[in-house]
Design a binder for this molecule. Sequence first.
Ligand SMILES: Nc1ncnc2c1ncn2[C@@H]1O[C@H](COP(=O)(O)OP(=O)(O)OP(=O)(O)O)[C@@H](O)[C@H]1O
Length: 345
Amino acid sequence: MNEDDIRAALAPFNLGKMLDGLHVGDGLVQVTLAIKREDAAAREPLRRDVEAALAAMPGVKNASVVFTAHKAPAAPPPPVAPVLPGVKSVIAVASGKGGVGKSTVAVNLAVALAQSGLSVGLLDADIYGPSLPRMLGLARKPEVRDGKMIPLEAWGVKCMSIGFLVDGDTAMVWRGPMATGALTQMLGQVEWGALDVLVVDMPPGTGDIQLTLAQKARLAGAVVVSTPQDIALIDARRGVKMFAQVNVPVLGIVENMSYFSCPHCGGRTDVFGHGGAAAEAARIGVPFLGEVPLLLEIRETGDAGTPVCAAAPQGVAAAAFRAVAAAVAGALAPARRAPPRIVID
Ligand SMILES: Nc1ncnc2c1ncn2[C@@H]1O[C@H](COP(=O)(O)OP(=O)(O)OP(=O)(O)O)[C@@H](O)[C@H]1O
């Protein structure tokens, strides 16, 4: 008794596409019939007849016929009103771990994009540790007009941070839902106006806030910042994976603190090794967007509230950020995307 014998025995039942699975071995026959869930009762006599016919065959010790109901293909998600109707592209700047310079890259990317002539917004979504107020030297509370907050402006960039509204220590103790609620408000209740790009400085890691943002803000893409160290790269890989899971294209990886550029002699030292992020990007098949050197000037200007792209636009740091900005602008898909659907298995 082999599979052909069983198929021959099934032929009179005209099962057609209903026959979904057949397993034959050691005198055991298992048949799976695919039906619609609601047809189960009506098809039961057929199931019993098939089972009886197979059980009666010589050489069959046991025959079982079971139903399976395939899920109907998921309906496309209903159109959702865009949270940010005037914003052409929202991009997230993310990192797998803290301290790799994600905020520094986000701020300078925004300033460099604005310097290239685009209208740019910058949202600090790092609810638990907002660094925009310090990096941009902004401490005022935003005005409210017609129930909407007016972003503060710095170097041609419209900026909003939870740090403008509450002091950092307050936000630090928020539970997850409070943080995601605050972020949703910052997306929808800020008068962003018409923007070419909204750069979002994400909190480090891969959690609730990242998912909320990926869903609500219709991200056009994500920029993942890493240092060349192995440990940062492992976390960066996790970040890339998270965006892939929520269907957000990864625009590429930026290597920050790529090498040390000595302000005295101009010599270059590869403090953490060099080129790890480029190699990793190639390995996981995402673009490499450029490298930013480890420079005292970047830290000093950032901590003093003037991003290096604004403080020293002619310097090597600004040139590095401009190159990253050009790569990001080039990678941005012109079309706006539908919100991702999160599938939980
Ligand atoms: N390329 C660089 N050269 C010199 N200093 C840098 C560079 N990039 C970042 N820094 C400095 O490193 C510190 C951490 O940077 P930043 O706050 O941007 O990191 P982050 O990844 O956003 O951190 P967190 O996720 O913990 O908020 C800052 O003091 C910043 O000025």
